[in-house]
Design a protein around this ligand. Structure first.
Ligand SMILES: *Cc1c(COP(=O)(O)O)cnc(C)c1O
Length: 219
């Protein structure tokens, strides 16, 4: 059985959405998974995402999972399905503006900083609360926050990874009860990659972002 089918079966058994992370991979590799039924792909660079969107079948749902600069939102706003990497009010303001221009509502996740490493992007829980309490946010009509995203520390210490996922689940639960009570669209916890998706699922992930395990390693 191919790795892809193995991961897909596992996620389906756990009611978790599989995002096939196709960054750096050629269109043919994406089409191969598409022909096996995969429709959700994740990319971390705006230009690459836009080029692949243009070239590949239009029923693919594209997720932006990497760092997003405000001045690049316009390139993906017409078609992106979910932006996982919102980490400031300023960025959200631009997404709202570009979504309005395209007459759409764009779904977003708040990227939380849960890893030990200082290099990983994301907000603290306090940052997220400040954003959600702001008057500016309350006036955004063209974005919808559907949950949180986080990346665990790159370590072989499973205990640490698990703790970081537990932390993200705790932040999700707190934000849900304090800011999204009764709003059924706030439901996603995007956590788990090739090396840790099973731990993430045990800790409550609803979306895993798996790349190298199903496409082979990136060089
Ligand atoms: C590259 C990437 C992934 C997938 O990583 P793999 O280890 O190849 O599964 C997941 N999430 C983000 C944000 C990424 O940049």
């Amino acid at each position: 059985m191919s790795k892809y089918i193995e991961v897909l079966d596992y996620t389906q058994q756990h009611n978790v959405t599989l995002i096939a992370v196709s960054k750096t991979k050629p269109n043919e590799a994406i089409l191969e998974k598409y022909n096996q039924g995969q429709r959700i792909f994740g990319e971390n660079r705006v230009q690459e995402l836009a080029a692949k969107h243009t070239a590949l079948p239009k029923d693919i749902q594209w997720h932006l999972i990497g760092h997003l600069q405000s001045n690049k939102v316009k390139y993906i706003a017409p078609f992106v399905t979910l932006i996982h990497s919102v980490e400031s009010l300023k960025l959200l303001k631009e997404i709202n503006k570009q979504a309005l221009k395209n007459n759409r509502v764009i779904d977003c996740l708040l990227q939380m900083h849960i890893a030990e490493e200082a290099t990983k992007f994301g907000m603290s829980k306090a940052n997220a609360e400040e954003l959600l309490q702001s008057e500016m946010y309350s006036n955004f009509k063209n974005i919808r926050i559907c949950g949180v995203m986080g990346m665990a520390t790159f370590t072989s210490d499973e205990h640490q990874v698990r703790q970081e996922f537990k932390n993200l689940k705790g932040i999700f639960d707190a934000l849900k009860s304090n800011y999204f009570g009764g709003l059924s669209h706030f439901k996603e916890i995007s956590m788990g990659m090739s090396g840790d998706y099973k731990i993430a699922i045990e800790e409550g992930s609803t979306m895993v972002r798996v790349g190298s395990l199903i496409f082979g390693s990136r060089f």
